[in-house]
Ligand binder design. Sequence first.
Ligand SMILES: Cc1cc2nc3c(=O)[nH]c(=O)nc-3n(C[C@H](O)[C@H](O)[C@H](O)COP(=O)(O)O)c2cc1C
Length: 151
Amino acid sequence: MNALVVYDSTFGNTERIAGAIADWLEQHGSVRLLRVAKAQPVDLEGIDLLVLGCPTQRHKPTPAIQAFLASIPHATLRGMRAAAFDTRYRKPRLLTGSAARAIAKRLRKAGASLLQPPESFFVSAREGPLEEGELERAAEWAHQVLDELET
Ligand SMILES: Cc1cc2nc3c(=O)[nH]c(=O)nc-3n(C[C@H](O)[C@H](O)[C@H](O)COP(=O)(O)O)c2cc1C
């Protein structure tokens, strides 16, 4: 398993979730963890799992994640196995929006195959911290993604 985890984070909370996901995946293969500002479409070459995540801001993914998604040629994403996550407030999704859902929609549209439904991890306030147990839940989600990759 050769995975790439690309994330954006303003206050560090999504970075911690991305780190927990990468740590778990690393026990089962090779993983690169990249902040979106440092990621390029060429980094997707040779990977068999793409995990993308960012904070939900104004109901949407961050501009940097949107730009990264737009920069990836559709041919690269076709058939790629992928998963999307976000951080946001624990409130009904209709009120908060969800960056992960928007990312997943975009990935699917480009022909990627989503291994798990988009997942949200919750912050207790704008700058964090994460709610208790969210890092463990992120590892569990990574576990499910990997199970699906291996079936
Ligand atoms: C400009 C801005 C807009 C935000 N808009 C939303 C929103 O629409 N829905 C939501 O649930 N949280 C919103 N938040 C809260 C972020 O989701 C929260 O800051 C984020 O999860 C923290 O992750 P980070 O530390 O990785 O930046 C917003 C935060 C900022 C700074």
